[in-house]
Design a binder for this molecule. Structure first.
Ligand SMILES: NC(=O)c1ccc[n+]([C@@H]2O[C@H](COP(=O)([O-])OP(=O)(O)OC[C@H]3O[C@@H](n4cnc5c(N)ncnc54)[C@H](O)[C@@H]3O)[C@@H](O)[C@H]2O)c1
Ligand SMILES: O=C(O)C(=O)C[C@]1(C(=O)O)C=C[C@@H](O)C=C1
Length: 365
């Protein structure tokens, strides 16, 4: 039987992570890729992720059942007329862009809608490049699909299955819904993080005390300010109406907060923080879906020999079995943390209690 062939145009953080996940869950699939930087392609072939390193506009993309556009938005758009002449009729063409409107409009204008399902994994990092890609970046993350109106249900079904099979959680939206929602939960936060960093730079003294003292809270909320300026410039230029609308509401809330502070309005301030705390606590950090729930905690450790052994000893002395343990250098944490997985909720709760008792800092996700 013929195997599924998947093509990538652009093999950076997201393209590389999807390719690695496909390789992990479907080792028999044939993967071909083109990337502007040749060394990356050589690395990916060496890693066993890519089978065929392609040249620009390689005619072998005609063999693909799926083609993922994972380069910069402008280059993805530039490829469309050529892809129209190249892809086979049943091919599913998809992208991973953070804004969907522009590509959908171009796809419709080029009469390619019957093949196009927009895609957007809601996972990422402030880092870019294939070297930061992992086979688990999109694991358990929502993966939004925005099918064109003309695309057949069979294609949507197949693509949804592919997304689930590599560990992500497919969710179907229209591109308009997608662009409004992400303006609020992804694009606005990046603008807020950038502005927060810029306000400190502006207000700090030449001795840079603010910069020196900024601690966990500031670092947590501004990690994403280190993201690619080019990528975020493009996102803001592609989704201006929605971003402007959510910024209006955000500015209104900031002005309201200033008013509460200026008025020394104790009740109003308390209400503001109670509301945000309760709503934030109602967010599910581990989306429930078809995947098995994992019972995992993350623990800050000093990076020195013996740190893991000490924790393993504490847990085993208390009769707590671990499923997995390892150091994680992850987008969520500034430095390495220890990731410990348990078999059930009870073991997780007991472990958290024992480690907190010994002053370890624990994050449950
Ligand atoms: N970074 C994130 O957190 C994130 C999350 C979800 C979606 N996205 C979307 O994914 C897309 C890619 O982002 P990324 O973070 O993987 O970026 P990246 O910089 O890591 O990867 C882009 C890749 O495309 C290649 N490329 C760029 N221009 C090219 C060209 N002209 N020809 C061929 N290859 C070219 C680069 O060499 C690089 O390997 C963006 O559109 C972004 O909106 C990003
Ligand atoms: O975790 C991060 O660093 C991200 O910013 C990831 C993030 C986001 O959540 O806003 C960034 C852009 C995407 O299009 C999807 C995900």
């Amino acid at each position: 039987m013929e195997t599924t062939t998947i093509g990538f145009i652009g093999l950076g953080l997201i393209g590389g992570s999807i390719a690695k996940a496909i390789r992990k869950f479907h080792p028999e699939y044939q993967i071909m890729a083109y990337n502007r930087t040749k060394d990356i392609l050589e690395d990916a072939v060496f890693d066993g992720i890519v089978d065929i390193a392609c040249t620009e506009r390689d005619t072998r993309f005609a063999l693909c059942d799926y083609i993922f556009l994972c380069a910069t938005v402008d280059y993805n758009l530039e490829c469309l007329p050529w892809l129209k002449q190249t892809i086979r009729p049943g091919c599913i063409l998809t992208d991973v862009g953070s804004v969907k409107g522009e590509i959908h409009k171009k796809i419709t204008a080029l009469d390619m809608a019957a093949n196009f399902i927009g895609g957007h994994p809601m996972a990422g990092s402030e880092k870019t490049g294939y070297e930061h890609s992992t086979d688990h970046l999109i694991e358990n993350a929502y993966y939004i699909l925005t099918p064109s109106e003309e695309v057949g249900l069979d294609k949507i079904g197949n693509y949804t299955e592919l997304v689930s099979s590599i560990g992500a959680l497919p969710m179907i939206l229209t591109w308009e819904e997608h662009d409004y929602i992400t303006a609020c939960v992804s694009h606005l936060p990046h603008i807020v993080a950038a502005s927060l960093v810029n306000v400190v730079q502006k207000l700090d003294s030449p001795l840079e005390h603010m910069k020196t003292i900024a601690a966990g809270g500031f670092k947590d909320i501004t990690r994403i300010a280190s993201s690619s300026p080019h990528m975020w410039q493009q996102i803001c230029l592609e989704n201006p109406e929605h971003i402007s609308k959510v910024l209006d509401e955000y500015i209104r809330l900031i002005v309201q907060a200033k008013y509460l502070v200026d008025q020394r309005d104790a009740n109003g301030l308390y209400e503001m923080f109670v509301n945000s705390r309760d709503y934030r606590n109602s967010f599910s950090d581990a989306p429930s879906g078809p995947l098995k729930k994992s019972f995992t905690l993350y623990c800050d450790v000093v990076d020195e020999t013996g740190a893991i052994a000490t924790i393993a000893t504490i847990l085993s002395m208390n009769g707590i079995s671990m499923k997995n343990i390892g150091i994680l250098h992850n987008r969520e944490f500034e430095d390495g943390v220890l990731k410990i997985e348990f078999y059930d909720e009870d073991a997780l709760a007991q472990a958290a209690e024992q480690l907190k008792k010994r002053n370890y800092i624990i994050y449950e996700r």
